[in-house]
Design a protein around this ligand. Structure first.
Ligand SMILES: NC(=O)c1ccc[n+]([C@@H]2O[C@H](COP(=O)([O-])OP(=O)(O)OC[C@H]3O[C@@H](n4cnc5c(N)ncnc54)[C@H](O)[C@@H]3O)[C@@H](O)[C@H]2O)c1
Length: 375
């Protein structure tokens, strides 16, 4: 079987090392260690042949643990010298778009972590390059879970009628392992970091947004990052309101000030029923007046016990989907088109929070009818 040769940029550190007190609040390691290294090692159609980090010891550690052939300190050098077909970008946010463009121009396939870019102009540039090149570009976040698809089916079949209101929450206590999450010039702040998840999901269900209005504050003015105090300059608390093109209204709460993950991630209230989707995709409950009239139960619960026991990063099919898209020559430009719209929503949310104004969007996209992947 052909193996896709991968290079990863932005190695970071495993969770147990070093044992900063900050990790009491944030137990997830750098994403390369949480998702990409274990997942790639489990696949027989992919091979990690190069890693790159500006901190040499991080790259060396990954080389030692995962038996990687080459390490680099410089990304351009990795693109030029490593024998790779594709690049995975897991650096701080501000590098995502420029690194993706360089990789595309070097003829490499690209998987780029969320967010695709820190502003709309850069996101559009990635789309432009991806559209004219003969390579695959997968832009995260990945939203296509079993429950996402089930909710989409319920919405599309109008089982809960016309949906008026969506309420979503996506929050945690804030990353404690890297300073850049809290620096404006690095593309930090909770809106781009966590707001991107519910916004990607809601637009994946309903399609494009017409306008956005947002509020944001910085609640925790000083945090302990890697055992050291750091003054916080970005928002860590936000409420974003969206008017969708179909006149559904969405209200999104996102912050770094929530210790417990328990609770609803999404509530959808329609003229014929309601959907509750629990945090972590563990339980989906829905009530449909139409089902009740047909003699079926009112509330239907679709628990996913298997999902509840899996570590999220290992459970998701992102790397497999990327590798198969390369091997099967799938057209996956949709992901970048969707994320260009999402990046505009995030950008306009930040501007709205600063100016107090409601802002109309300039971009749009066609929701995918093709993606049926489940895990
Ligand atoms: N950690 C998570 O749970 C998580 C989850 C989902 C998505 N992500 C996304 O993944 C990306 C990385 O997050 P993380 O938590 O792993 O960050 P991190 O800070 O732990 O790791 C980033 C690494 O990139 C390296 N780096 C910085 N500039 C570089 C450059 N110019 N060239 C090469 N290496 C460079 C840093 O030295 C660091 O080791 C972010 O964009 C984040 O949004 C993270």
């Amino acid at each position: 079987m052909r193996k896709v040769k991968l290079g990863l940029v932005g190695v970071g550190v495993p969770s147990a090392e070093p044992t900063w007190k900050a990790r009491l609040h944030w137990f997830v390691p750098s994403i390369a260690w949480a998702r990409y290294f274990p997942k790639i090692a489990s696949l027989n159609n992919a091979e990690l042949v190069a890693v790159c980090d500006i901190v040499e010891e991080y790259a060396k550690k990954a080389q030692q643990v995962y038996n990687v052939k080459q390490t680099f300190k410089d990304y351009d050098e990795m693109l030029e010298k490593a024998d790779i077909d594709a690049v995975i970008i897991t650096t701080p946010n501000r590098f995502h778009a420029p690194m993706a463009i360089k990789a595309i121009k070097a003829g490499k396939h690209v998987l780029v972590e969320k967010p695709l870019a820190t502003n709309l102009d850069d996101a559009k540039k990635v789309l432009e390059e991806a559209s004219k090149a003969n390579v695959k570009v997968l832009a995260l976040p990945w939203i296509y879970t079993k429950f996402f698809l089930k909710v989409k089916e319920i919405i599309d079949k109008k089982e809960i009628g016309q949906i008026a209101i969506v309420r979503s929450r996506y929050s945690h206590g804030g990353p404690g392992h890297s300073e850049w999450f809290f620096k404006a010039e690095e593309g930090g702040g909770v809106i781009f970091d966590l707001g991107i998840y519910p916004i990607s999901t809601i637009t994946g269900w309903f399609g494009p947004v017409k306008s956005v209005q947002a509020l944001s504050t910085t609640v925790v003015k000083q945090r302990i990052i890697k055992d050291k105090p750091m003054n916080i300059e970005v928002e860590d608390n936000a409420i974003i309101s969206l008017t969708l093109e179909n006149d559904t209204l969405a209200s999104i709460e996102t912050n770094y000030c929530t210790v417990s993950h328990v609770g609803m991630m999404h509530e959808l209230h329609g003229t014929e029923g309601t959907i509750f989707l629990e945090n972590g995709d563990i339980d989906l409950r829905f009530f449909s007046k139409k089902k009740l009239l047909n003699g079926l139960e009112g509330w239907i619960s679709l628990k996913d016990a298997e999902r509840a026991q899996k570590v999220w990063a290992v459970a998701d099919p992102i790397v497999e989907y990327f590798i198969e898209s390369i091997l099967e020559n799938r057209d996956i430009t949709f992901f970048v088109k969707h994320q260009v719209h999402v990046i505009e929503i995030l950008e306009k949310s930040k501007i709205s929070a600063q100016t107090g104004k409601r802002i109309s969007l300039t971009t749009t996209f066609e929701p995918s009818k093709e993606i049926k992947v489940e895990y």
